[in-house]
Design a protein around this ligand. Structure first.
Ligand SMILES: C[S@@+](CC[C@H](N)C(=O)[O-])C[C@H]1O[C@@H](n2cnc3c(N)ncnc32)[C@H](O)[C@@H]1O
Length: 369
């Protein structure tokens, strides 16, 4: 294991700790899952802040796990570090004998360890074999993707995962090149991408190959499919009062997070019933108002934080949720009733925009901690 390169600053660390504290600081032993352990910056802070918390740290990257093990050595009696993809969380918990958890953090994407490694192919700025696997023990490499995918498949992944406007041109350049020579290095790929993008467009939006490399990384690691399964599985494992925090760096990651949470914070019962039917009430409440963004000072100190979006939620007590509609639901019913013929004039009700406690049942609003 080599020396760590650069300095790794955990993103939105104070806010994550603040969000998780009410769940992890409860009396007795609590269990926290760091689903993306990385270099264990967040994990170390959680363990320091909560002396009775057991940490289960997952990472698919064995190199990250080795670094994390060294960093967390002083907590050895209350940590389990597991080589796993985060969608394997339920099996990991079963194996370790933890039926439920109190906190879970997802800090998505790549770590500075991976980005800075000269030999792993994540960075367009360094020449390396085109690998890009977070787990180098399994799976297809970026080299296999660029040399075997059809034009439509390459163009689709560049467009969707990379939000690349010139996806078709870049895919054509890749196909032309590989008919002559297999593409094996990150420098060659970065050069091909730069040459495929019209000169005026190259001058905006950072390095021209940035979006292509991001798209390949997401494809190689099947990042979105794993996340789509992992988020509901982790939510299912949380105890009442347990909390999840997700840090996303890509609009598609944030959208999956928003959808997973929206599904749980809404009532599924009929809108016109005065009480919640058993099992139909919201099971979570949002802790963040929409997606929280980093402050200017954080971005200045840690450029990696620039694109972060934080969302968080807490599991509700099912009895409390069943006792009646949330303010939001009551408010919706009142507004609906106001617009039904023969149910009073629009001027007779309170201004709907002044609804109190408008914190639940929506995927855009939450409640501070
Ligand atoms: C941004 S880093 C986490 C940094 C960490 N919070 C810290 O403070 O050091 C993301 C980590 O998640 C890991 N990772 C990404 N996708 C994963 C997945 N599907 N399953 C498990 N680990 C994953 C990566 O290997 C990387 O080490």
């Amino acid at each position: 294991m080599g020396e760590l390169r650069g300095t790794h600053v955990p993103v939105l660390l104070e806010r994550c700790l603040e969000m998780l504290a009410p769940a992890l600081g409860r009396p007795g032993r609590t269990v926290h899952v760091d689903a993306t352990l990385g270099l264990a910056g967040h994990a170390e802070a959680v363990l320091s802040a909560h002396p009775d918390t057991v940490l289960i740290g997952l990472d698919r990257d064995t190199e990250a796990l080795a670094h994390a093990r060294v960093r967390l050595a002083r907590f050895a009696d209350r940590i389990h570090l597991e080589h796993a993809v985060y969608d394997e969380l339920p099996e990991v918990l079963d194996r370790l004998g933890y039926p439920a958890i109190d906190g879970v953090l997802f800090d998505l994407g790549v770590s500075s360890l991976q980005l800075d490694a000269p030999d792993r192919g994540f960075a367009y700025a360094q020449d390396a074999p085109l690998d890009m696997r977070m787990d180098q023990t399994r799976g297809v490499t970026a080299e296999e993707v660029v040399n075997t995918y059809s034009h439509p498949d390459l163009a689709r992944l560049l467009r969707v995962y990379g939000e690349e406007k010139f996806a078709g041109k870049i895919a054509s350049a890749i196909i032309r090149e590989r008919e002559r020579n297999r593409i094996t290095s990150s420098a060659r790929l970065a050069e091909l991408v730069r040459d495929a993008i019209p000169a005026p467009a190259r001058r905006t939006g950072g390095h021209p190959a940035k979006r292509t490399f991001q798209a390949l990384r997401i494809e190689v690691n099947r990042e979105l499919a794993a996340l789509e399964t992992a988020l509901p599985a982790a939510l299912d494992k949380l105890t009442v009062g347990g909390r999840m925090v997700v840090l996303s760096y890509h609009s598609l990651e944030d959208r999956l997070t928003k959808q997973a949470l929206a599904d749980r914070v809404r009532s599924k019962g009929p809108v016109d019933l005065p009480v919640e039917l058993p099992g139909s009430g919201p099971t979570f409440r949002l802790l963040s108002r929409g997606a929280e963004l980093p402050g200017e000072a954080e971005v200045a100190a840690n450029p990696r934080a620039a694109s972060v979006r934080l969302r968080a939620a807490e599991r509700l007590d099912p009895e409390a949720a069943r006792q009646g509609r949330t303010d939001r639901e009551r408010y919706r019913r009142r507004v609906k009733a106001m617009h039904q013929p023969g149910t009073g004039s629009p001027g007779s009700g309170k201004d709907p925009r002044s609804a109190p406690g408008d914190a639940n049942g929506t995927d855009e609003e939450g409640e501070g901690t």
